[in-house]
Design a binder for this molecule. Structure first.
Ligand code: ADP
Length: 382
């Protein structure tokens, strides 16, 4: 037998249950390991019924086995979950924790999320940040999308390496500033070839560092461009800082909307309780330059608008598919830097709607509390 049970178990010890500090082996989540030549089959026991982190844990298991045992192991469809038998209860509860002192200068933290990748979340984050900055607000942007940190490219600062300086005896990372936006990206610290290993615990600690060791100073808005879907990065965010609200980006296509609903469900879960500031419909239609009156609803019409109405959450607007939006992202000159252009104006409107929704939220809802995850079974962190 080429691989041993112990090798696989040791690899799985690198997989942490999001937010708990414990690995899945110590938590008793690894129920069975079957090794057959080049195949490893795992049976996991969930922590609780409908455990929202199972899919990210499964991916982390595959990454860990490929990284620490062998990349040649076939794991395709080889991880199953024992149903109806959660092992131990992990409970989330709200505590009235103050935001870390370093965040005292940051007035609003806004998460930008999407259910699916490729729907334009980073494009929206970038242009929204620039639009808010051009309206005179102090804006920071953290690119936490470990699956494709694209914001440095959108700002044309890919080759920048942020400086680290000692402030009050603490190492602080100086954000890169462009178009009035202070920005830090996981992409500045990750070699794209290492991205696979970076996902998981290393990525969550990198996000913490960008938030808590970034020298952000006074900010009106700190936007966080999250990875698509729901991941341990999301959980780290809500555990580390009080998130004012979340913006969800989707295309109007049914498959994207189905995933957007899951994302909304995660933020509005009573244990997380981050208000949804609104839904942005990106790639709403396409208008060819030569036929400016025509709109082609490539991904369907008004899917996000209808969903927002149905879920009773704010709708923040339509952004059409425009070649210059794609080009602006690729060449580091995002559309929002020209507020007079049609696309720039669309992002200015989006910025305005976000300002209104944040003001409304702050007036009508109590401040978000940091989520604390506790293990009620007395399991100690290792
Ligand atoms: P995500 O962050 O959701 O993965 P990106 O923002 O990276 O998505 O966008 C994916 C691709 O689609 C990029 O090439 C981007 O330039 C392009 N894109 C996003 N929104 C638009 C739009 N409204 N019009 C044209 N291209 C867009």
């Amino acid at each position: 037998m080429p691989y041993s049970h112990d090798q696989v178990l040791a690899a799985l010890k690198h997989v942490k249950y999001p937010g708990s500090g414990n690995d899945i082996v110590s938590l008793g989540m690894v129920d069975e390991i079957n090794i057959n030549n080049n195949q490893v089959e795992l049976i996991l026991k969930p922590q609780k019924a409908n455990d929202p982190f199972l899919s990210s844990i499964k991916k982390a298991c595959v990454n860990a086995i490929h990284t620490y045992v062998s990349p040649d192991i076939n794991m395709e469809g080889k991880i199953s979950v024992r149903k109806n038998d959660p092992v131990k209860k992990v409970e989330t509860k709200k505590v009235a924790t103050e935001a870390p002192a370093i965040f005292s200068g940051v007035k609003n933290i806004v998460a930008v999320a999407s259910g699916k990748g490729g729907v334009g979340k980073s494009t929206i984050s970038t242009n929204l940040a620039i639009s808010l900055a051009s309206k005179g607000y102090k804006v920071g942007l953290i690119d936490a999308d470990v699956y494709g940190p694209s914001i440095p490219k959108m700002f044309d600062v890919e080759d920048e390496r942020p400086k680290v300086v000692k402030i009050n005896d603490k190492d602080m990372i100086i954000p890169v500033t462009k178009y009035g936006v202070k920005m830090l990206s996981i992409g500045f610290f990750v070699n794209p070839d290492d991205a696979l290993i970076w996902r998981g615990p290393m990525a969550t600690s990198a996000l913490k560092q960008l938030m808590l060791q970034g020298d952000w100073g006074e900010l009106d808005y700190l936007l966080i461009d999250l990875p698509p879907g729901t991941s341990d990065i999301h959980l780290t965010l809500v555990q580390e800082v009080p998130v004012t609200g979340a913006i969800i980006v989707s295309t109007p296509q049914d498959v994207a909307l189905a995933d957007a609903i899951k994302g909304i469900g995660m933020f509005t879960d009573e244990k997380i309780n981050v208000p949804i500031l609104g839904l942005v419909e990106n790639m709403a239609w396409f208008t060819p330059e030569e036929l400016p009156e025509n709109k082609y609803y490539i991904f369907g019409k008004d899917g996000c608008k209808n969903l927002a109405d149905k879920l009773n959450i704010p709708f923040l607007g339509h952004i059409p598919i425009v070649q210059s939006i794609r080009e602006g992202g690729d060449n580091g000159r995002p559309s929002a830097i020209d507020a007079e252009s049609v696309t720039g104006a669309a992002f200015m409107d989006l910025g305005q709607k976000v300002l209104e929704q944040v003001a409304f939220r702050n007036k009508n809802k109590e401040a978000t509390k940091i989520v604390e995850i506790t293990n009620t079974n007395g399991c100690s962190a290792n």
